[in-house]
Unconditional design. Sequence first.
Length: 228
Amino acid sequence: MFGDVLRWDASKQLAATNLESKKLMNTYKDGFYAECANVPLESLHVLNEDLLLNQLGYEIQDLPQMLYLAVSMGGLRKVGVKPGETVVIAPATGKFSGNAKDAEGMQQWGAPDVFMDFSPTSAAMPSHITSAIQALRPSGRICFLGAPRGNVEIPYGMAFFKGLSLTFSFMYSRQDFQQVVRMAESGVLSLGAKGGQNIIPYELHDWKQAFEDAEKTRNGAKSSRCFE
């Protein structure tokens, strides 16, 4: 049903496909740039303000980081990652992975249990997907969360004999986000500067400068902009 209502267009935006879905999207088209934002009730989450801001010392601008962390949580929950398992995240740069690690040093963990792919749209035919699948241990799991252009080749025979399972995860569910909130409020998950994120606030009238600065530091894992 979701596919009948919305589609992912070339501009990397969710777009309505029929009259009913256009009416639905029009309600929320301006998001939080609107003077008075309309938000679906199912997308609202209660946060413990005293715990997050006063006890844990976060700033308001640190909290939206939970939004994209929930995307990763959606994939982790979809493939059922368990304590002690090894997860390969590729590509090695960007907001969902952040840092490349020494390949030789990583071999001490043995064959990975899970491979999570976040290939960007700019990746036409990413070759790392085949390499990561080949590295998985028997009964390994694969989760695709990216949006590469074109088709992706899968080593069919190897996946078959290893008994690998493949799943896809688009964004996150309400339960996924609530799990991220619980982790943040318990102190297990660090946000903002505590989590290595450099968040720079700008006044709304400085939007052009914010966009120019963001273009210079496009690695979203290290630097983010927000408007106050």
